[in-house]
Each structure stands twice: as C-alpha cells, then as structure tokens.
Design a protein around this ligand. Structure first.
Ligand SMILES: Cc1ncc(COP(=O)(O)O)c(C=O)c1O
Length: 471
C-alpha cells in the first residue's frame, strides 16, 4: 500500500467540522493541554502530532498523512478504527440512556450483560466483575479489594504486595508504586512501604545461562525469598503481567506464569494477573492466562475491553474472594469502593459490540496476523543492530544493540527513542520507541498479512537507517 492519501479515510474526515486550523490547534495544545508521561519542555518544543481520523489499521493526521498504526493507539484499538457496529452500539446506547449510576441499587442492561458474558469467558471462577474507567483504577481497585479481603478473613496484617521489576501497573498513587519503572517513581514518593519488587524474568538480559528452567527457578526462588523476608503472614499478593508490556515487551519462558501461580498458592498469597495489555486477543487467546491454563485470584483488564472506543477497565474477582468479603461484612454496611462512572452504559455497550467482533473472527484473524508478524520479525533478527526479537501473538519487542555479539547497549546520548519515532512517522508507521532501545509493536487484530508486511518492511528500513550513526 503506498504512502499518501487513502480515499476511505478522506471520506471519514470530510464530515468533521473544525473551527480551529492546525496552527491554532498546535498553539492551544502547547498553551493548555498537559500530556500524559511526557517531558513538558520537549513537548512544547516539538509540538503535538494531531490525529484526525482512522479506518482499519490506519490513522490520518491533520496534515493528511496516512499512518499504519503498528501500536493500536496505545495497545488498545484491538479491533481497528472505524468499526461501524461499535459506533452503532454506542450511538444507540447514548441516545437511549447515556448514563445510569450503579449506586443505590441501580443498574443498566448493557453493564449487566457485559459482566455476565465476561464472567462466562474468564478463567476458572473469576465470576465477579467490577468495572472501572481504565487500567490504572482497575489496579487500584484490585489493591483496595485485596485489603477488604484480608480484613474480612481476619488477616489484616497481610498487607505487603510484591510485583516485578520493569512491571507497569498504571499511574494511580498505589499503582505507580507497584509499577517498577523509574519514570513513575521519580519525585513521587513511591514505592510505598508495603510495595516490593523481585527481578523480571528477562531472558535476553539474563545474567546466567538464559535457559527457561533457570529463569523460572530463579523467579520462584526470588518470590519465596521475598515472602520469607517479609514474613509469610504479612504478604497479601503477587502482581504480574503475563508479558511485561511497558517494561519493554518482556516475554517470560513458557511455564513461567503457571509456576508463579503455583508458588503463590503454596505460599498462601493471592496471584493477580494484570492483563490490561495482554487481554482481549493481544497474544492470541482472549486472555493470556489461558495459554498455561492459569486461573488467577484476580485479574485486571482495560484497553481491548472496549478497544479504546470509550474508557473502561475491569477487575475480575474469584468467587472465593467475593464471598469472603460478602459473608464477613454485616448487611447494611457498604463495601466502600466505587466511582461515578463504574459500569458506564455507553462503555459497556461498546464492550459488548467489541466482544461480538472478537468472537466473530477478529481473534482468529489476530492469530493469523500474529503468526505472520512472528515470521517476519524473526527473519529480520540477523540484522546487526537487532539483538533480540520477542513475539507473542500481536505483541512484539525488538531490542536494539550497538554490538550484537556483546549485547552492548547503544550510547545513551544518541537518544534513539526520539530518532526512531521521528523516522517511523516519516516512514508512515506508528510503533512505540521505549527509552531503553526497545521497539514495541502491537498492531490491531484486524491487520491483513499485507499490512503486517508493510509495517515490517518500513520498520526494517527505519532500523537500517540507524547504522551509520550507531555506536
Ligand atoms: C499492565 C498494565 N496495567 C495497567 C495499565 C494502566 O492502564 P490505563 O493507562 O488504562 O490507566 C497499563 C497501561 O498501559 C498496563 O499496561
């Protein structure tokens, strides 16, 4: 597919009335809009890239440039842009009932139906669903429910929570502390005293033999050691992403997730899977836990739940946790956790429409596209600047190195991330350039093999163009 205008997208933008030209928008953005996780100085210097429309795997910016979105927005637009059935479901719900509270015994049809369908699909006895607005507040909600649970079962001293280094669990006060990325800790007074981390299962940078059994054994031993150090009767839960996303798409060895689940059971601590990125077909199945038949005690999701068409996240809770809290709280005493937009009907209607798409062939297409992506990326792996390629479904990381043999990292002053994202944009592709020389890919599940080819061809050229300056 050539660069330039896409007639489908041109139609889509034609009806949008804008009373600000691009120049005014850029100035207003600089003056008033605070962007998430950004250098405010750099953003003001560079200005925003304004996106105006999207169709399938493509978005168009305010200059009319078509970009193949290899990152599904922010690993969320799993079904692609412009799905009419989703727009129709949202429109219908918005016209009929745009809001209904879940407080005071009220409910809405869409949220009830979505909770029921999700419970039927979720692993094991994760039959209870609390809806949030996104992933961060899903994690924060899970942490609060864990406190309620430990109090309810008479073990309030079990307050410590363990996560993984390089883990990302969102940006609330508690989530940022459970996260183990320095950007989220700087000047933020986290991790909190009850938050701890053990090493990431990172095969490419493993200090030992890098063998799957070694990595799994080390993670299990680290968790055991940490629990022992804190006191088994003091630890509430272990949180992990089945694949670490924002930490650089770290794919642990097969068997790792099941081993960690098993260890948590043995240690008497809760196992929480944060599937905010990996959920909803990103790695192949609906949930990544399914791959190893893992049933977590709690699971957090967001992103693909509504495919980014409206904000929504969720916490899945096991029947055992739910009934423990219910049975140990006297009737008439509310469980003090909720938000105005919990179980929002428009987001829920979108969630239902998106689930229809997943079940109507999108998961299958995603698996096909994922297999092709793996094949294409592995074929690129002998490039001198590519140290590692890791892929699981439509989730991939490419780690760049200055020296393939020694795995030496590129010089920090090269500022590879900004060079890469600029070059990618100019080449007409979107991907994530992480700060530590890793490229993240998460194309929509609707991608054709031709679009995966185009993404890989362009990405290869972007990487290859780094050769003259790499050191
Ligand atoms: C694993 C994980 N948990 C939580 C979050 C936070 O989700 P949100 O950005 O929707 O608040 C993210 C976001 O990327 C994530 O990847």
């Amino acid at each position: 597919m050539p660069l330039g205008h896409n007639p489908v997208l041109d139609d889509a933008t034609a009806g949008i009335a804008h009373d600000m030209n691009t120049e005014t928008l850029l100035r207003t953005d600089r003056d008033h809009l605070i962007h998430p996780v950004s250098s405010w100085k750099d953003h003001e210097a560079a200005g925003a890239r304004i996106l105006r429309s999207g169709k399938g795997a493509w978005v168009t910016d305010s200059e009319g440039r078509d970009l193949l979105d290899g990152f599904s927005g922010l690993w969320c637009v799993n079904v692609g842009y412009g799905c009419q059935s989703v727009v129709d479901a949202a429109t219908e719900q918005m016209s009929r009932l745009p809001y209904a509270t879940g407080y005071f015994g009220f409910a809405n049809e869409a949220a009830i139906a979505l909770a029921g369908r999700l419970a039927a699909k979720a692993p094991g006895d994760l039959n209870r669903v609390f809806f949030s607005q996104g992933g961060s507040d899903a994690v924060d909600s899970a942490l609060r429910f864990i406190r309620f649970y430990q109090h309810a079962r008479g073990t309030p001293q079990k307050r410590h929570v363990i996560g993984l280094s390089r883990g990302y669990h969102g940006s609330t006060y508690t989530g940022a502390g459970l996260t183990a990325l320095s950007v989220f800790h700087r000047d933020a007074d986290v991790p909190l005293a009850w938050q701890h981390h053990i090493p990431s299962p990172y095969p490419y940078r493993h200090a030992g033999d890098g063998q799957p059994e070694t990595i799994i054994a080390e993670s299990v031993a680290s968790l055991r050691r940490k629990v022992e150090e804190l006191g088994a009767d003091q630890v509430a839960a272990f949180f992990c992403e089945p694949i670490q996303g924002s930490g650089g798409v770290i794919v642990p060895p097969a068997g790792w997730l099941a081993a960690m689940r098993h260890t948590c059971t043995e240690l008497g601590i809760l196992f929480v899977a944060d599937e905010v990125i990996t959920g909803f077909g990103r790695t192949g199945p609906l949930f990544a836990c399914e791959t190893e038949q893992v049933v977590p005690d709690m699971m957090t999701v967001a992103k693909g739940l509504t495919a980014g068409y409206a904000p929504m996240g969720a916490v899945f809770m096991s029947d055992a946790i739910y009934t423990t809290i219910r049975d140990n709280t006297p009737a008439g005493v509310p469980i003090g956790h909720g938000m105005t937009y919990s179980a929002h009907p428009v987001s829920a209607a979108i969630g239902l429409a998106v689930l229809d798409l997943y079940e109507g062939g999108m998961l299958e297409n995603g698996r096909r596209a994922g297999a092709h992506l793996a094949e294409r990326l592995r074929a690129m792996a002998d490039h001198p600047l590519i140290g590692d390629v890791r892929v699981s479904g439509l989730l991939a990381g490419i780690e760049l190195v200055a020296d393939k043999a020694t795995k030496r990292k590129p010089a920090a002053d090269l500022q590879l991330a900004s060079t890469l994202s600029r070059a990618g944009y100019e080449a007409g592709i979107l991907f994530r350039a992480f700060g530590d020389d890793i490229i993240g890919l998460a194309p929509p599940l609707c991608c054709s093999t031709a679009e995966i080819d185009l993404l890989c061809d362009r990405l290869y050229r972007v990487i290859d163009d780094l050769r003259p300056t790499m050191r």
